[in-house]
Design a protein around this ligand. Structure first.
Ligand code: ATP
Ligand code: MG
Length: 719
């Protein structure tokens, strides 16, 4: 029989094969979207393992998201019979977390250190500003947060910074105070995970030697989006022995705003003595027309490293362009097409609706809910960011470490137990004065009524900690939800309680399915995983559902059918990029990423009016639509519908304040009239456009809210 490694290599093209079987030297694979970079990287790991060149413990692989890491593990398990869990596969954050858990002493961290996600970090900054009596107006927490993270991502601690102006000097001071507070609490924000690991490695030659010996093979996907600190960390890990195998595409660099540096690609060539990048030019993902559109678009950018992508798949279908008259209409169009595609045999999960900013998802969700089509949002309010989940996690964090100030403040009065803002302030004051965590201040609180409430909280946490001893992870989660009062609290909440309870049960399920590397540390590992997940995509569920996500979070993924929505000037390209050639080019790369997610079908949609952040806008269509050669497009919209809401929105209330539509023939209906509809129930006509049988009415339904209905199709009866 053939050796297993031969099967692994089946079907690779010559260049892919060259990259997969690259000798034990560093390499850079520079290639466009869909050319098989991720596949090459995964196959190379399998090949190294199955030919005995590397052991699972000797491989370090970096992916861009936790989801990508899981996918890579799944693929690898199918390819080679080794325990892939022994391998270090993960995001930079995930890997650094793993590193710091092992070397927490060198890092000056408690073994149980907790990870602050973006929201936790902001909460801590707010508290800090308050305690230092710094005005949030002059120093907005978001700005302070960006200052801190930006500097950490550049590898700079506060003591390395200086400034001429008083404002920046204050920011530096706040940065120092923030870091001191984190150290006191034993917590790490995302950027800190990386910086701390970097510092531990820098300071410890023996450790560097150990890892350089151990991880002979370091592989990095989406290398174009690594920032300087990540690259510096990679260099330290690689040391003298390892070789670095990086794959990337400069045309898909879309995180410059977060410090990603395409220059790392050039640096790699010289730092790791790579003579020439390997180039992959055949695209295996998209039909010809889609690829032509992507190539034509990205050609407009300057300073590209240059690539040529081709496919031997046929042209396929033309790209559909739909110019809707409103965001609601755009959403309805997408829903209709999705239904058609489903009838044609596409799975819902193989369709994605992409948008530039999260706020756009609301209209889409609305249409999907109305149509009863299941959907899943990536990057919106994710599971681990939901209120009830964060409450439960806070209790779990207190079980792990009661001195965690963030966690304590989050739930000290949730459910309400009579601990008011005043008591909390006094507690914070006491903790500052005594230089101890809030927990210890709470334990030592004196008499009085508020102290009694505090005392009960302390007893509750101590009780939880005692009861949790010897329980499994799932039992602990369940205990915390029941015993903390969270379950009762949500059971009493008739509005949202049901969904929140379902989420809490889902958390118990997640705990039951969680596999810890070290079972005695299951709770800590689970909490870390949850924090890391909160910075990433939503957990996968079984149901077949359309995928909604921002273009940023679609990177590396592919779908049979893709809708790129909201293609309007100001939205995509985003208005922040208008004054800046670099910014515009980054937006264009983002559009390139969006287009190249599609295998067979691509839709471009835009709207002539859009509600965003509570305001109506009347944008013009995106220049990126016009940058796609016209012969590749099939225009679906022109003349289909009256242009409209622009007038409709204001016309009815012009003149003497009477709706002008009264004068129009609305097939017997009038604005202000009550109507009933078989599916949507009863409502009031609030707006109209067109006339006679072509009229459309906007109705405010008691249960379902505002809807536009075509009189020709909708069966409405006056009530
Ligand atoms: P991106 O830049 O978007 O991350 P990529 O370069 O990583 O893309 P992959 O995701 O690895 O590309 O591959 C794109 C698609 O092409 C996948 O479905 C992959 O399985 C398929 N593919 C890659 N190489 C081959 C091949 N030699 N034969 C058949 N299919 C292939
Ligand atoms: Mg990829």
């Amino acid at each position: 029989s053939r050796p297993m490694s031969a099967d692994l290599l089946d079907g690779l093209n010559t260049e892919q094969l060259r990259a997969v079987t690259w000798p034990a030297r560093s390499a850079l694979v520079l290639a466009g979207a869909g050319s098989g970079k991720t596949r090459v990287l995964t196959t190379r790991i399998a090949w190294l393992l199955s030919t005995g060149q590397a052991s699972p413990a000797g491989v370090l692989a970096v992916t861009f998201t936790n989801k990508a890491a899981r996918e890579m593990q799944t693929r690898l398990s199918a390819m080679v019979p080794v325990n892939v869990r022994a391998m270090w596969i993960g995001t930079f954050h995930g890997l650094c977390n793993r590193f710091l858990r092992i070397h927490h002493r060198d890092a000056g961290l408690p073994a149980t250190f907790q990870i602050l996600d973006t929201q936790d970090q902001q909460a801590l900054i707010k508290r800090l500003l308050k305690s230092l009596e710094v005005s949030e107006e002059k120093f907005p927490p978001r700005a302070v947060q960006n200052f801190i993270n930006g500097n950490k991502e550049s590898g700079l601690r506060a003591d390395k910074l200086s400034a001429h102006d008083a404002y920046t000097r204050k920011l530096i001071e706040l940065y120092a105070a923030y870091d001191a507070q984190c150290r006191r609490e034993g917590v790490c924000d995302f950027a800190e995970l990386l910086l701390r690991s970097f510092e531990v490695l820098s300071a410890n030659a023996a450790l560097r030697e150990h890892y350089s010996e151990r991880f002979r093979y370091i592989l990095v996907d989406e290398f174009q989006d690594t920032n300087r600190l990540q690259y510096a960390w990679l260099k330290l890990m690689a040391g003298r022995h390892a070789n670095l195998f990086a794959v990337g595409d400069d045309d898909q660099s879309i995180y410059a705003f977060r410090g990603a540096d395409v220059g790392n690609m050039r640096a790699l060539l010289s730092d790791f003595s790579v003579a020439e990048p390997v180039r992959l030019e055949q695209n295996y993902r998209s039909m010809g027309t889609i690829l032509k559109a992507a190539n034509a678009l990205i050609e407009r950018n300057d300073g590209r490293l240059g690539k040529n992508l081709w496919t031997d798949a046929g042209d396929g279908e033309p790209i559909r362009l739909y110019e809707a008259w409103s965001d609601g209409d755009e959403a309805e169009f997408i829903v209709e097409e999705a239904r058609t595609l489903k009838r044609e045999g596409f799975d819902l999960a193989d369709m994605a609706v992409l948008y530039r900013s999260n706020a756009q998802s609301r209209a889409l969700e609305h249409a999907l809910v109305n149509a009863g089509l299941p959907y899943r949002i990536y990057g919106g309010l994710r599971f681990f960011e939901r209120q009830e989940i964060k409450h439960a996690l806070a209790y779990l964090r207190l079980v792990a470490n009661p001195e965690d100030d963030n966690a304590l403040l989050r739930v000290i009065n949730v459910p309400a137990r009579g601990i008011g803002a005043r008591t909390v302030e006094n507690l914070q004051l006491a903790s500052r004065e005594q230089g101890v965590p809030l927990w210890r201040a709470a334990c030592g609180a004196g008499g009085g009524r508020s102290a009694a409430a505090l005392g009960r909280f302390v007893l509750l946490v101590e009780d939880l900690r005692r009861k949790a001893e010897g329980l499994t992870l799932a039992e602990t989660v369940s205990l915390v939800i029941d015993h903390s009062g969270l379950r009762d609290m949500y059971e009493a909440d008739r509005k949202e309680g049901e969904e929140r309870l379902a989420n809490l049960d889902e958390l118990i399920n997640a705990a039951a399915g969680f596999m810890a590397d070290d079972p005695s540390q299951a709770l800590i590992e689970f909490l870390s995983a949850a924090s890391l997940e909160a910075g990433d995509h939503q957990a996968e569920a079984g149901e077949d559902a359309i995928q909604l996500m921002t273009v940023h979070s679609a990177k590396g993924l592919e779908f049979g059918a893709v809708f790129v929505s909201g293609l309007e000037e100001g939205l995509f390209p985003h208005e922040n990029s208008f004054n800046d050639q670099k910014g515009l080019e980054e937006e264009r790369r983002l559009m390139y990423v969006a287009i190249t997610r599609a295998r067979q079908r691509l839709y471009l949609t835009c709207a002539q009016s859009r509600m965003l952040h509570g305001q109506s806008r009347y944008p013009i269509r995106s220049r990126f639509v016009d940058e796609v050669p016209a012969e590749l497009l099939r225009v679906l919209s022109s003349g289909r519908r009256p242009a409209p809401e622009r007038e409709a929105a204001r016309a009815p209330w012009l003149g003497d304040g009477m709706p002008v539509s009264h004068a129009r023939d609305l097939a017997g209906f009038a604005i202000g009239q009550s109507v009933s509809h078989a599916r949507f129930g009863t409502g009031v006509v609030v707006n109209a456009e067109g006339s006679g049988q072509d009229a459309r009415l906007q109705i405010n339904f008691a249960e379902q809210g505002l809807k536009w209905l075509d009189l020709r199709f909708a069966k409405l009866t006056p009530v």
